[in-house]
Ligand binder design. Structure first.
Ligand code: SF4
Ligand code: SF4
Length: 430
């Protein structure tokens, strides 16, 4: 790829952050990936050879905009899931949730500066009586709106309201292919209720995504779940790797898959990904991006999940809802706004950068030292710091934080050891 072509393809503000030797890296046979948090074009050819790519470590003075903002619309939820991110779930909306006025002010402020996908999550967003009003408010201001729900409160009438509010996609959590597995995590009767909610939304023509949190107790059901999701006509299947936070801390020892098992299932996922039957995404499993590069070197070609940054050649009807470009995007392309308005890199990393009630979202996004640090892979430590895949993976910063008390430390659930890396000295250092 020539410099001229690069210049046309990417915004001017990025060009100065591109790699030092463009002719070496961007010949026509190289595939490139733009990591929109910052500054990067990578040569997959170099990655495939396990070389450290020549990437400018400069931070952008004007960070790339957020692509996904997860807003915890309420701390209230009708369920008590064993792996919930929250410890303090309430039955009803909380009086510390952002009011309708405060929520609208936040949405208007975000929409004035950015055009991310706004994910309405919780708790359970549908316990919030004004949730559809807020969804259409965001839609009318040019935001794409997604709703993350447990599905159990979606009646036929609610599904119609969701469609009319302009929600672009609804994700429903399913943690197994049968009631026995799903209800173990989410309570009796909730598998059937979630599927009923799915069917109501399907009849309304709403794009549907299934989220599955993979644990020791349901991993073997993944192939069946994949077939079920295809048969039911969902648009996407997203896998979540357990992050030991909230209730997840208590079940981590019993429920967390061993790292080798995650590796096995992420490899299985890669094989499904390249079949291109449905939109697939491994969420909060950043080392999937390492596996993709390792496997694509063997098999050739990258799965659709790794061409999302290219609008042309879209393989899924909801391409823009499917875009990711890097393993962990906490504070880089995504962030989380809590039910009280605190802003975090993601919903699992408890490092508040401020509150939108006191500081405009754009100021927090542009100036937070926490975000700035997360945006620089050269600040990673341990084996992630020594790893040539750190620019496309980065490891889970939340798992690093919980394992080592340091969000820049190495991801504890990745089995990869960079060539020449001394594991014992890494452990000593931690
Ligand atoms: S730190 Fe990154 S990978 Fe980990 S839970 Fe947050 S967004 Fe996901
Ligand atoms: S060592 Fe860290 S950066 Fe490298 S692949 Fe594993 S999690 Fe990713």
């Amino acid at each position: 790829m020539s410099n001229a072509a690069l210049g046309q393809k990417h915004p001017a503000k990025w060009r100065s952050y591109f790699v030092t030797e463009p002719n070496q890296l961007f010949d026509s046979s190289d595939e490139t990936v733009a990591v929109e948090g910052h500054f990067i074009l990578l040569s997959f050819k170099m990655m495939a050879h396990n070389a450290v790519p020549e990437v400018s470590p400069l931070l952008s003075p004007s960070p790339a905009p957020p692509r996904l903002i997860f807003w915890e619309t309420t701390a209230g939820c009708n369920l008590r899931c064993v792996h919930c991110r929250r410890l303090d779930v309430l039955d009803q909306v909380s009086d510390t949730d952002l009011s309708t006025d405060a929520a609208q002010a936040m949405i208007a402020d975000i929409a004035q500066n950015f055009k991310p996908i706004l994910v309405l999550s919780g708790g359970e967003p549908l316990v919030r009586p004004d949730i559809l009003e807020l969804a259409s408010f965001a839609r009318d201001r040019g935001l794409r709106v997604a709703l993350a729900t447990n599905g159990t409160l979606v009646t036929a009438e609610k599904a119609k309201g969701i469609r009319e509010a302009g929600v672009a996609r609804v994700s429903i959590s399913l943690d197994g292919v049968c009631a026995a597995t799903h209800d173990r995590f989410r309570g009796a009767g909730n598998f059937d209720r979630a599927l009923a909610g799915f069917d109501h939304l399907k009849r309304e023509g709403v794009s549907l995504q299934i989220n599955m949190t993979v644990t020791r107790f349901n991993a073997e059901e993944l192939p069946q779940l994949y077939e079920m999701v295809l048969a039911r006509g969902a648009s996407a299947l997203h896998l979540f790797m357990l992050v030991p936070v909230g209730c997840g801390v208590q079940i981590a020892e019993t429920d967390m898959l061993p790292s080798e098992e995650y590796e096995k299932w992420l490899n299985w996922f890669y094989e499904r990904d390249i079949e291109r039957k449905i939109e697939l995404k491994a969420t909060c499993a950043p080392h999937y991006f390492r596996i993709v590069r390792q496997r694509s070197k063997e098999i050739g070609g990258l799965p659709p999940s790794h061409h999302r940054q290219e609008a042309k050649g879209a393989t899924h009807p909801n391409q823009s809802l499917h875009q990711t470009t890097k393993g962990c995007l906490a504070g880089q392309g995504v962030c989380f706004v809590s039910h009280t308005g605190e802003v975090f890199p993601c919903g699992y990393l408890p490092l508040s950068v401020g509150n939108i009630r006191a500081t405009p979202f754009k100021t927090l996004w542009d100036t937070s030292p926490v975000f700035e640090k997360l945006r620089n892979p050269d600040k990673l430590e341990g084996k992630c710091g020594a790893c040539s895949f750190k620019y496309v993976c980065g490891g889970c910063r939340a798992r690093a934080y919980y394992a080592h008390g340091d969000e820049q430390a190495e991801e504890p659930h990745c089995i990869y050891v960079p060539p020449g890396f001394n594991v014992s000295s890494s452990c000593d250092a931690l």
